[in-house]
Design a protein around this ligand. Structure first.
Ligand SMILES: [Zn+2]
Length: 379
């Protein structure tokens, strides 16, 4: 099917296909669908496998903050893939986040998963990392709720897909969580204990998201200026990957929050192959908004005014620049009609920028050749 329609292939086909290769597969959070075609074109030309994804906060049954439901997102991604005739991609549900783990939340989550499966999703990230038991005496005690919910939902996905292959990512250590000392990082024994417990319950994730020093979105200095993100702890990341390998646990690392990390640093210093999936989200939103600044100044101004008016009251003491930067994502839904009715020259600039930036990501990730590899592996 994938060959003729360029529809998404199972996430497992990508993870298994690139196993052992020193490459990172880009996962693009496409909050505004106009960037998708450029990304797909660059993927095709560089022969790079790809994930297209949105998190639960970005895309749910009510549209999330992007205004896209799973069905809308799937349709738009399939259309873009078809336009460039690219078939080595998976449709991934990023951060299916569970915050409380009670019956109502689990039921609502299963409803979302049903909709994602109905829309043709082929890969899923269950994120119950918030359910951390700080009173726990052992790793298992600390992670018991995360383990319980993750295996319940993974088992649910498997039963709903009735034997069809799919990709599965899980999360230990909430990304960006801080204590008095700074960012809390995942320890190797936490990663090992978590994956081992899941394996024991019959769940074998392909990718594990860890807290290793990244944050979602931009990084700021004390003045609220956007700065490079240099906080990803590479030795810790390597240590976690090594601990997993030494315990015969076959799972790669999903690096979240890549926006802002210089790509030359990724290229030269990231442990490619230990990290198998690299999530890039806010970056693609920037591509659209930076284009609007020049091509659609009136619309950009409207978006700016709306965001500042709405979010200034809840952000006292912060500079307008940072308030806009951190909250403009919520304007996507508000300005949905405008963002999906841009003139062709604006669309062209967005496509071209997304294409060029993707070439740089794919180079930095060493993903060239992975699309063929995945497709060969599938036959
Ligand atoms: Zn994330």
């Amino acid at each position: 099917m994938a060959k003729n329609t360029y529809g998404p292939i199972p996430g497992s086909a990508i993870f298994n296909g690139v196993m052992g290769r020193k490459a990172i597969i880009m996962a693009a959070n496409v909050r505004i669908a106009s960037v998708a075609e450029g990304i797909f074109r660059a993927a095709k030309e560089t022969d790079s496998a790809l994930f297209m994804e949105l998190a639960r906060s970005e895309c749910d049954l009510k549209g999330g903050y992007t205004g896209l439901t799973p069905h809308d997102f799937s349709e738009r991604m399939q259309r873009a893939a078809k336009a460039v005739q690219f078939g080595a991609w998976a449709l991934h549900a990023d951060h299916i986040t569970i915050k409380k783990g009670d019956t109502a939340e689990v039921a609502a989550t299963k409803e979302l998963i049903d909709a994602q499966i109905g829309a043709g999703y082929t890969s899923f990230a269950i994120d119950a990392s918030h359910l951390f038991n700080f009173e726990g005496k052992t790793v298992r005690e600390e992670l018991s709720e995360n383990i319980r919910i993750t295996s319940d939902l993974a088992t649910y996905i498997r039963s709903r897909l009735k034997g069809k292959e799919f990709g599965i990512e899980v999360e230990v250590g909430e990304i960006g969580r801080k204590d008095g000392e700074g960012l809390i990082l995942t320890k190797p024994e936490e990663a090992v204990g978590f994956i081992r417990s899941l394996n024991e319950s019959g769940v074998f994730p392909h990718a594990l998201a860890i807290a290793n020093g990244s944050t979602h979105g931009h990084t700021y200095d004390a003045e609220g200026n956007v700065i490079d993100q240099l906080s990803i702890d590479i030795p810790r990341t390597r240590a976690i990957a090594r601990a997993l390998r030494e315990n015969n646990l076959r799972v790669g690392i999903a690096q979240h929050g890549i926006t802002g990390t210089p790509r030359d640093l990724i290229n030269l210093h990231f442990p490619k192959g230990d990290i198998v999936k690299g999530n890039v989200g806010t970056f693609w939103q920037d591509v659209v908004f930076n284009t609007l600044k020049v091509f659609e100044p009136a619309l950009y101004k409207e978006i700016q005014d709306w965001t500042l008016e709405k979010y200034r009251p809840s952000n006292p003491g912060k500079k307008d620049r940072q308030i806009f930067d951190g909250n403009c994502k919520f304007a996507i839904r508000e300005f949905f009609k405008d963002l999906y009715a841009l003139p062709e020259d604006t669309e062209e600039a967005i496509r071209a920028t997304a294409y060029a930036e993707s070439l740089i990501f794919f180079k930095a990730f060493s993903s060239s050749g992975t699309a063929s590899l995945v497709q060969k592996n599938q036959q």
